[in-house]
Each structure stands twice: as C-alpha cells, then as structure tokens.
Design a protein around this ligand. Structure first.
Ligand code: AMP
Ligand code: MG
Length: 425
C-alpha cells in the first residue's frame, strides 16, 4: 500500500474549502421568538400588515394648525390662534381644528382632524388660551404621514436576510413576535489525546488542560451554532469511535475533533474516519494547521443511517482555532443559510519582515495599530502553533500568500479579522 502522504494530495486552502463546502447546505427553518433571530437568516418574506406609522402624526412638539391661518405670519406680524386642547402622544384628539384655532400637540401624537401642519413651540408664545405665532408653515410641515416608513402590503424584509438589530426593530414595529429562521447547526466537539484533562481535573504529571474544546465551542457559539461538548477521547480507535458515535446520536450536524490527525504513532482520527466513513482530504498547504482532515462519518442513528461531516483539526491550540476560522466557520454559516461566508478582511502594512519560505500560505497573528499613514499589522510575538497567547494578543490573521518567498517589512497584506475581535479606535 502507498504511504499516506501519496494517498492524499496536499491541497491549497481554496481547494480544501471547496471540498468542505460541497458537504453543507442551509438547514431547515423553525419559528422562534423575535429576539432569538439575531444573527440568523430569515426563512420567510416579511410583508407589512399595516402602515408604519399607522397614523399621520406630528414630528415636533408645537401646535397643530391650519396652514392657511398663518399665511403672512412673521416676527413683525404675529398671528393669534385660540388653543382648544392639549394632546399627548398616545391619544386621539376629540376636538377638531377649525379656522382660528390650534391644538397644543406633543411629538408622535396623531394629527387632529382639520389640522394640516404643526408650528413648533420655538416659533410661538402661549398667552393663556391664546398662542401667538411668529412664522408661517407650509401644508404638511412637521407632519409625518401614515406609511412614510413602511406601506401596508410592502415586502419589508426578504427571505434570506441576515437579521441584525435593525431588522429586529423592524419586525417588532410590524408586529411579528415570532419569525421563521433557519435553525442553528449543532456542532459536536471532541478533543483527543491521552495527555488531556478537563478544566477542573487535577493536573497530574504529564497532563495538560483541554483548551481546544472550549476555544472551538466558543467559536461555534460566536458564529451562531450550538456546541455539543463530547469531552476527551483517548488515543485509541475504540474510544474515539465510541465518542464520535455518541456525538451522532445527539443529532450533530457537524463533528469537530482536535488532535490525533498528524503522523504520530497514536494519531487515530484518520483511521476512524476511514473505517466509519470516508476521508475527503488530509493536509492543507497552510501554516499553522497543515494536518487537517475532512470527510464524513456514517452511522445508524435511531435505526436510520446518518452521514455527518467531520473536520479533524490539528491539536495545537492555534492550529485548531485557525483551522476553525478557515473551514468550520464557513461550514456553520452555510448551514445557517448565510450566502456570503467570506471572512471580512482589511489591508494593513506589515511592521516587520517574516522569514520564509515553505510553499505554504501563512496565517500570521497580528495586532492592528492605527497610525497617521494607516493601519499597521504588528506580529504578536512567537508564532509557534502552540502559543495560544499569540491569539490572545491578536486582532486577526495576516495572510502571507504561498507565492511570496520574501516578506519584507512594509509589505501590504490582507488581514482576516476575527469577527469577535477588536479594531483599533
Ligand atoms: P496532536 O495534533 O494530537 O499531535 O497534538 C499536537 C499538540 O497539541 C500536542 O502538544 C498536544 O498536547 C496539543 N493538544 C492537543 N489537543 C489539545 C487540546 N484539546 N488542548 C490543548 N492542547 C492540545
Ligand atoms: Mg494527540
């Protein structure tokens, strides 16, 4: 049999991502309370059932008048009107504005019958039951007509829209307390390694704490998925297989493992992936994160066969997070129904030269600094794939293309921004 590295060609990031994305599609819709739709994708058109605002109302605190009464009014020619009522927002006037009269009115209150304009307080002086007006107003001035924001019957939000706070405000204004959105993907997360212990377990000799399950689960949450923490699998085929099956039985839409996918003696993820399903690819021309495996697992769940994609990330904590950003994030967003799954980038000037070159695309952790001549990307110290601190200090990943074999200080680079990151002010 051929050695493993000949069985699986080393793919570029784009080739690998393309293979990953063929396995994912938007999930089904569900109805949820409006506030739970934040970050999710609408699965129905939202049609306005009525006008917003529902009634013509005043945009200013002032007096509702008939504009014809104030023709020619000015600082030198005051017009006097009799004030017949005082109207707060939320109430409908019982009185009608007739020639020579006005209703004192507060912002948002419905326009009284008979009135066609509002003169703001600033242009008036009230004197008992009379108001003196120093300015003319046009018909419709300071009046917000019914439907000025949204008209009844209008398709206000389209199916496929990603919900932000402003869409939630619109849904509330339109009277939608529940909305159909694509459901959140369930992402099972399994750490592998005999050396790993969970957060609260004693750190016995030779052991380290499981960081990846938590950083990956936080990434799942951040991008809108539901993490299912499957714990830690020992480096044996039997334990890994059992824990992966447990994840499938919990209804996972995607399995993510970390560790055990390299060329070490106890790296069993590929063995299990090949035995329980199929390997699509192994190894990507990138740094960190080269030993990345992708494929699917098939198993009977509740008597029915289920095929679930598995992303096997390398174990080093930076590699696991960077691989997640590049491959798990677009997979999760695709399942959520998001159409453009590209990570936002910004251009910045590299502050220091980077020694190269191994033909891989490098993702260099950088802090962004805003200076007089624009954004600068400053390396966050040691770039080892085990240095989690280099992630903690960073705002994003500077992309060093594989074709560059010399990266001088001052080079312009694209920086993938962590969506949960900080941008310099
Ligand atoms: P592996 O990919 O299994 O060879 O692991 C590579 C390195 O990452 C080793 O030093 C592991 O101890 C470490 N590692 C693997 N999994 C985790 C984890 N869940 N949390 C922290 N470090 C890990
Ligand atoms: Mg390991």
């Amino acid at each position: 049999m051929k050695p493993e590295h000949e069985l699986y060609p080393l793919l570029s990031v784009e080739e690998a991502l393309e293979k990953v994305l063929t396995m994912f599609h938007p999930l089904e819709a569900e109805r949820v309370p409006v506030l739970e739709t934040l970050g999710r994708v609408l699965a129905e058109d939202i049609v306005a059932k009525g006008d917003i605002p529902p009634h013509a109302n005043t945009a200013m605190d002032g007096y509702a008048v008939q504009a014809a009464d104030l023709v020619g009014a000015g600082p030198e020619s005051l017009k006097r009107l009799r004030v017949i009522a005082n109207l707060a927002a939320g109430y409908v006037a019982a009185e009608r504005v007739t020639p020579g009269t006005a209703i004192r009115i507060m912002t948002g209150a419905p326009m009284p019958d008979g009135a066609d304009a509002v003169i703001p307080f600033e242009e008036t002086r009230q004197d008992g039951e009379w108001v003196e007006c120093f300015a003319a107003v046009r018909v419709g001035e300071n009046v917000r007509p019914a439907g000025e924001d949204v008209r009844a019957g209008e398709r206000t939000l389209r199916c496929g829209t990603r919900i932000r706070p402003q869409e939630i405000g619109m849904l509330a204004a339109l009277g939608y307390s529940e909305v159909a959105v694509i459901r959140r993907p369930r992402v099972a997360i399994l750490a592998t390694g005999d050396e790993l212990v969970d957060i609260e377990a004693p750190l016995l000799p030779g052991k380290i704490r499981n960081a990846n399950s938590y950083s990956n689960a936080a990434q799942v949450l951040h991008y809108g998925g539901i993490p299912l923490l499957l714990g830690i699998a020992r480096d044996t085929v039997a334990d890994l297989t059992a824990k992966i099956r447990a994840g499938l039985s919990q209804g996972a839409d995607l399995l993510i493992t970390s560790g055990g996918v390299s060329v070490g003696d106890f790296d069993v993820v590929k063995t299990v992936l090949a035995a329980e399903g199929e390997i699509s690819f192994w190894r990507v021309r990138m740094k960190p994160g080269k030993p990345l495996a992708f494929g699917y697992i098939t198993a009977d769940v509740d008597g029915r066969p289920r095929t679930v994609p598995l992303l096997g990330m390398p174990g080093n904590p930076v590699s696991a997070m960077v691989s997640f950003e590049l491959f798990a994030r677009p997979a999760i967003l695709t399942m959520l129904g998001v159409r453009d799954v590209h990570t936002p980038t910004t251009e910045a000037v590299l502050d220091q030269a980077i020694p190269r070159k191994d033909g891989r695309r490098h993702y260099v952790r950088v802090r962004l600094e805003r200076r007089a001549d624009g954004l600068h990307a400053v390396l966050t110290g040691d770039q080892g794939s085990g240095i989690l601190n280099s992630m903690v200090q960073s705002d994003g990943l500077a992309i060093i293309p594989e074709a560059w074999d010399h990266v001088p200080a001052g080079a312009r680079v694209q920086v993938l921004l962590f969506e949960c990151g900080r941008l310099p002010g």
